[in-house]
Design a protein around this ligand. Structure first.
Ligand SMILES: *[C@@H]1O[C@H](CO)[C@@H](O)[C@H](O)[C@H]1NC(C)=O
Ligand SMILES: *[C@@H]1O[C@H](CO)[C@@H](O)[C@H](O)[C@H]1NC(C)=O
Ligand SMILES: CC(=O)N[C@H]1CO[C@H](CO)[C@@H](O)[C@@H]1O
Length: 197
């Protein structure tokens, strides 16, 4: 009796271990409550460190399309985003995997609120993140781990979408322009957390 119980327990363990291995390739990104990020849910993106601006939002830099940027203060403002994985079978958002990300908001600009890689700005010398539809790879971003649990960086490096492309990948940080905080690649890097709406 006892032997039988042990052997069926080990079978169950084997089954669970195999199931876990099959999915353990890429860890799920977790929110501030420790729950896996889910496609279709709304999350606020906030700095993972203090004194680095507020929640992510749409910023009117030079009119339409708006830029991806941050609120100036750590106030409960900002706009939530929704993630859509490139790999349709992914039921959570995973690290090092491409997704599309859009602000969940009506925009005054009659345009998509999808994040989009912008041109290298001649004044700032960095690639800003703007919004709109890109027919090539500009709408795909990914989340990468930092050395701290639950704190991440956002990158543009769509190698799931195009494994053979040689991208000049970049990690998102922020840059101040007048009174506005804009999100940009190619410079200081901003650690972020995800807070479920
Ligand atoms: C963006 O800001 C400019 C002023 O800097 C303003 O003239 C324009 O109407 C704003 N655009 C929208 C769509 O709100
Ligand atoms: C963007 O332009 C700056 C010069 O303005 C240059 O130093 C930098 O390498 C460029 N970045 C990319 C990704 O091309
Ligand atoms: C640990 C890790 O990030 N593993 C893989 C995640 O998925 C991509 C492809 O989608 C792989 O390139 C990574 O090695």
């Amino acid at each position: 009796m006892a032997m039988r119980l042990i052997s069926s327990l080990s079978l169950i363990w084997l089954f669970l271990a195999t199931a876990a291995f099959a999915q353990s390739d890429n860890a799920s990104v977790v929110d501030t409550e420790g729950n896996a990020l889910e496609p279709g849910q709304e999350y606020y993106i906030k700095p993972g460190i203090t004194d680095s601006g507020g929640r992510f939002t749409l910023i009117n830099r030079t009119g339409c399309p708006f830029n991806v940027g941050q609120e100036n203060t750590d106030s409960p403002e900002g706009l939530p985003v929704i993630f859509t994985p490139f790999a349709e079978e992914d039921d959570t958002i995973k690290v090092n995997r491409d997704f599309k990300v859009a602000f969940s908001a009506a925009t005054i600009c009659v345009m998509s609120t999808n994040w989009r890689l912008g041109q290298n700005d001649t004044q700032i010398g960095r690639r800003l993140i703007t919004t709109g539809i890109d027919d090539s790879y500009g709408n795909y971003f990914r989340i990468v781990e930092t050395q701290f649990n639950g704190i991440y960086n956002i990158q543009w490096c769509p190698t799931d979408v195009c494994p053979t492309c040689k991208f000049i990948c970049g990690t998102a940080g922020n840059v101040r322009e007048n009174d506005k905080i804009l999100v940009a690649l190619d410079g200081s890097v901003l650690p972020v957390v995800f807070e479920r709406e």
